[in-house]
Write a protein that binds this ligand. Structure first.
Ligand code: DAH
Length: 357
């Protein structure tokens, strides 16, 4: 093999290599383990010593020369590649911003965040429970036995009966989480439970799925004064009216005794609802002192512990606070509705709403 021939062939290939990959292929073809030059050098072993020495020097010189040529070509190609990349990735800082579809926080999520913050400041923690419940947790343990009329009022979605005659259900309120929380750990308790609930009902003010928030406070000396102070403070913080009138109206729930409903002041002058001082009242939640039988049912001694509970509809208070007229629109997934009633994901002041929180 003519060494000059090899030399000119590879020098030409190196000069012709238009990119780094091609150049590397040339390097492998010449100097790689199975490269042409490497093979030639291996063939030297069969020569006589004199010949071998001269040919060996010539091949080594060629090897160095090709290696140097590859290196310098590589530098040129790498620089060219960087140039091209810089050209391609140029950032035009004067270009207008591209439109990004920005999501909105659903009013339900927003109100749950607000509730959590207000009750969190009062020392409440957030508890959760499953939406598929047992009859015991949803009714029996809450002092609503089988034949109790309250069961009919709940319009329950039941699952098919199991072999043992029991049947699961979709919880009709968040109250079963009171039972779960009290069975899971010893008192005291101070928790809220925001979550989804289900009832077989559908009209302007009812959807089969809706949200409630439950509250439970049990300790040795918790009394009705605490219930009143806590819920009035909550209502004033939530509706952002410092002197919001509030009254507790006697009511009935099987799991509380006494039971009450909390009304807040409002006016309906000119057909427009305004929360705050006025001549009217608006019901916002149910509450009461936890029935001793409920405490017994979960193994908490009612002669040692007592406290209060409350429950309210999240859609309802969201509608009142944010002036949303129709409950059903909450769950129609209409993006125009969400853009209108939804909240910015960050606490950014907006002209429309002032601080979003
Ligand atoms: N669970 C009741 C309902 O769905 C609301 C409720 C009222 C919850 C009074 C309570 C309570 O914890 O004390 O209508």
């Amino acid at each position: 093999m003519n060494i000059d021939h090899l030399r000119s062939e590879f020098l030409e290939a190196i000069a012709d290599a238009g990119d780094l990959d091609t150049l590397d292929q040339v390097r492998v073809a010449a100097l790689g383990k199975k490269g042409r030059l490497t093979e030639q050098m291996r063939a030297l072993a069969g020569m006589d010593p004199e010949q071998r020495k001269a040919a060996g020097q010539a091949f080594n010189a060629l090897k160095d020369e090709l290696a140097a040529a590859i290196e310098s070509r590589k530098a040129v190609l790498a620089a060219a590649r960087l140039e091209a990349r810089l050209r391609e990735e140029r950032i035009d800082v004067t270009a207008p911003a591209r439109f990004e579809a920005e999501g909105r926080i659903h009013p339900i999520s927003q109100v749950i965040d607000e509730l959590t913050e207000i009750f969190g400041d009062m020392g409440f923690t957030v508890a959760e429970g499953p939406e598929i419940e047992t009859d015991f947790n949803n009714f029996t343990a809450l002092n609503i036995p089988e034949e109790h009329p309250a069961r009919q009022m709940h319009d329950t979605f039941y699952f098919p009966e199991k072999e043992d005659g029991s049947r699961l259900l979709l919880r009709t309120h968040t109250s079963p989480v009171q039972i779960r929380a009290m069975m899971a750990a010893p008192p005291p308790y101070r928790l809220i439970v925001p979550g989804r609930t289900y009832r077989y009902d559908y009209d302007i003010t009812h959807t089969p799925m809706f949200h409630q928030v439950e509250g439970l406070v049990i300790d040795r000396t918790t009394h009705m004064g605490h219930l009143k102070g806590c819920l009035i403070d909550f209502a004033r913080a939530f509706f952002e009216v410092d002197d919001l009138p509030a009254r507790f109206r006697p009511s009935y729930f099987p799991f509380t005794e006494p039971s009450a409903e909390l009304d807040i002041g409002c006016s309906r002058e000119g057909g427009e609802l305004r929360i705050g001082a006025g001549s009217d009242w608006l019901e916002i939640l149910g509450c009461g002192m936890v029935h001793p039988r409920v405490l017994e049912n979960v193994g908490v001694d009612p002669t040692e512990y007592q406290g209060f509970a409350f429950g309210m509809g999240i859609e309802r208070i969201a509608m009142l606070k944010y002036g949303i007229p129709d409950l059903r629109t909450f769950f129609e997934s209409d993006l125009r509705w969400l853009r209108h009633y939804g909240f910015a994901a960050l606490d950014i002041p907006t002209l429309a709403r002032g601080m979003t929180r």
